[in-house]
Design a protein around this ligand. Structure first.
Ligand code: SF4
Ligand code: SF4
Ligand code: FES
Length: 253
């Protein structure tokens, strides 16, 4: 027999002075292969047109539908109701600005992050549109694409104790982005350039290493490995300043 699910959903419209943050309960009959995305759409269509939440791709690609599901950040379109108990609590992601109910503004945060880490290839080469594309070693290209699979959902930021306490902390997603450029031979930034961006308390040295980020990443990015290697690389970059040239060491990612 189909279960009747109870959804306890955070409601608040910051644009409306009369709105007060509260939890609202809805009931819905579970259907086969139901995802939270399907459930939320049915609730909005059948019970409350004012319910706010975001989605776009329905395939874990756009990152828009991230929310806190029974206390854990995740993607609504990627979460089947059968994997949850009869009562499901949905909250908006913390850290990001609330738009309303379950909808948050991740775009502004991610744009700011991209600017801070200068998320583009730095090169002095003049682009020649008629030249042949430069070849890249396949194995290296795959390592870069692996890190590029991030969908900017914000789950890792919402699960990060440091990001919750400090809004200047770059977070695992930014450090993962930097690692992607460190690997890329087309980016001509030096170790010192990277150190200036992430070799601080707001970057690798502010990370507590408890790896809530990796636990919740819906794309299973290797954040633990990235954070560990970047921290070591930045520690050596700092020490290299003080050491004679023959003792200097560079850590490869
Ligand atoms: S390991 Fe670092 S980035 Fe990841 S959740 Fe913990 S403090 Fe945040
Ligand atoms: S690293 Fe993972 S959890 Fe973080 S924004 Fe990218 S896809 Fe989402
Ligand atoms: S709707 Fe795009 S990731 Fe869920």
């Amino acid at each position: 027999m189909a279960r009747t699910l109870t959804f306890s959903i955070f409601r608040y419209n910051p644009q409306d002075p009369a709105s007060v943050p509260h939890m609202q309960e809805f009931r819905l009959e579970e259907t086969e292969s139901m995802t939270l995305f399907i459930a939320l759409n049915r609730l909005r269509e059948e019970q409350d047109h004012s319910l706010q939440f975001d989605f776009c791709c329905r395939a874990a690609i756009c990152g828009a539908c991230a929310m806190v599901i029974n206390g854990r950040p995740g993607l609504a379109c990627h979460s089947k109701t059968k994997d949850y108990p009869d009562k499901i609590t949905l909250m908006p992601l913390p850290v990001f600005k609330l738009i309303g109910d379950l909808s948050v503004d991740t775009g502004t945060w991610f744009r700011g992050m991209a600017k801070r880490v200068e998320s583009w290839c730095h090169t002095k080469k003049i682009f020649d549109p008629t030249a042949q594309e430069e070849r890249m070693d396949n194995a290296l290209a795959e390592r870069i694409y692996e890190l590029d699979r991030c969908v900017e959902c914000g789950c890792c930021v919402a699960a990060c104790g440091t990001a919750l306490m400090r809004d200047d902390f770059l977070g695992a997603v930014a450090l993962n982005r930097v690692a992607r450029f460190v690997l890329d031979p087309r980016d001509e930034r030096s170790e010192q350039d990277y150190f200036d961006i992430i070799g601080t308390d707001e970057g690798v040295f502010g990370c507590m290493g408890l790896l809530g980020c990796q636990d919740v990443c819906p794309k299973s990015l290797p954040l633990q490995e990235v954070l560990g290697k970047l921290r070591l690389k930045m520690a050596f970059a700092a020490a290299n300043h003080l050491l004679p040239r023959f003792l200097r060491r560079e850590i490869k990612l």
